[in-house]
Design a protein around this ligand. Structure first.
Ligand SMILES: Nc1nc2c(ncn2[C@@H]2O[C@H](COP(=O)(O)OP(=O)(O)OP(=O)(O)O)[C@@H](O)[C@H]2O)c(=O)[nH]1
Ligand SMILES: [Mg+2]
Length: 388
């Protein structure tokens, strides 16, 4: 699946950077163009892989390259004002070749939180290719303002994209980890999950063709219809014989036990669905789903995929469950990625909204009180006059 990736804000830019690295390392072939947008010049300079001429600094007249300091209304305003500059950079990438746009942002800050939905709206108006979002929810320990930002951005972003893929930092943080080091690890997890999905739709000419290779249209159809998506992933190492002399002598190829391979795939699909999702939710609330099984072709069999697929159909109660292969002749693991689309039972979102509403009320109350207190402090009972 050929994507134009646009990273908005610091988290967005770093994740797009990581996607580029993954795409190169795995020969994924899904990164067709990249752009990073930020209001902080230092964050743009910190990127490693997004080409320098694809980095757009917005809001210079307002914030002078210093970021918006978690003010996402300001983030939305400067994105709106400078959308033309973002567009000029997009004009430099081959957008006519892509299958979809992916706008990536952390939803708790200011620039990405406010700007990503503005850009998504702009892209949808201009292009026929679908516009997907990848939104990152803040950790609960980041505090009220980040939660409030994320809750408001979430509502807006979902409305403006064809589907919002969500990753929840809170479910993925590890105790005792430094914030920076933590993000590097988390970004790798993000890219591994979503990257396999996008790469699956991009099996190039010359690659081994599996029994039922996933096509980018299957990913797009699973996502389109709107709403929120989450991804699950599970993997298991397998013994592979790399076609040595002895194995050729004995009849060639891998000697794979069909029954074991079938069972492995079925259990990986279950683990992926019931294990830790990028956004934890009740899988049965999904409207559509896609199962992708990857690995050495000899370990991917139709029966396993079919069983995994029908198990997921039962689990989600959905009639729209697609499935396919992502053969990797040099792979040494069998992997299953499960995309659950249109999920509605998501406790984390409800909790986020609840905390956001409380934070909003508290902020308003504090503002009211501090205005009264200041008036009290300055008041001299008409004994003193101001200068003018
Ligand atoms: N997964 C992940 N999340 C991140 C990373 N950096 C920041 N975040 C999350 O994203 C949220 C937004 O942070 P930033 O992306 O730095 O914010 P910004 O869009 O640059 O906006 P401002 O700095 O306020 O102008 C934070 O609250 C974190 O939850 C990262 O590298 N990886
Ligand atoms: Mg920033």
């Amino acid at each position: 699946m050929k994507l134009a990736l646009i990273g908005f804000g610091q988290a967005g830019g770093k994740i797009v950077d990581e996607f580029i690295e993954y795409d190169r390392a795995t020969d994924g072939g899904f990164v067709t163009g990249t752009v990073a947008v930020n209001s902080a010049s230092v964050d743009l300079r910190g990127l490693e892989h997004v080409p320098e001429d694809r980095r757009v600094l917005i809001g210079q007249s307002r914030v002078k390259g210093h970021g918006v300091g978690a003010d996402n209304e300001l983030g939305a305003e400067i994105a709106e004002a400078d959308v033309g500059e973002i567009q000029s950079t997009l004009d430099e990438i081959p957008v006519h070749e892509i299958d979809a746009f992916l706008v990536v942002a952390g939803m708790g800050g200011g620039t990405g939180s406010g700007g990503a939905p503005v850009l998504a709206k702009h892209l949808k108006r201009l292009y026929t290719a679908p516009v997907f979002g990848l939104g990152v929810l803040p950790g609960t320990d980041e505090g009220g303002i980040y939660t409030l930002n994320a809750a408001r951005s979430f509502r807006t972003f979902v409305r403006e994209v064809d589907n919002l893929l969500v990753f929840d930092n809170d479910s993925w943080r590890q105790t005792g980890e430094s914030v920076g080091g933590g993000y590097d690890r988390i970004n790798e997890e993000i890219v591994e999950r979503f990257g396999m999905l996008f790469a699956a739709g991009e099996v190039g000419a010359g690659d081994a063709v599996g029994e039922s290779v996933v096509d980018s249209s299957e990913i797009i159809n699973t996502l389109s219809g709107g709403g929120v998506s989450t991804v699950g992933y599970a993997t298991e190492s397998v013994e592979t014989q790399k076609g040595g002399l002895l194995s050729r002598f004995l009849g060639g190829g891998d000697d794979v036990d069909e029954m074991a391979a079938t069972n492995r795939i079925t259990s990986l699909v279950r683990k992926a669905t019931l294990g830790r999702l990028t956004l934890p939710c009740d899988a049965s609330s999904a409207e559509r789903a896609l199962v992708v099984t990857g690995g050495p072709p000899s370990h991917l069999n139709r029966k396993g995929i079919e069983r995994g697929r029908s198990w997921l159909e039962e689990e989600t109660g959905s009639m729209e469950v697609r499935g396919g292969d992502f053969p990797d002749p040099s792979g040494e693991e069998v992997e299953a990625t499960v995309l659950l689309s249109g999920v509605s039972e998501v406790p984390r979102i409800k909790q986020l909204q609840q905390v956001a509403i409380e934070a909003q009320e508290t902020t308003e109350e504090i503002q009211r009180r501090s205005q009264d207190e200041l008036a009290d402090l300055v008041d001299t009972g008409e004994e003193l006059e101001t200068l003018f």
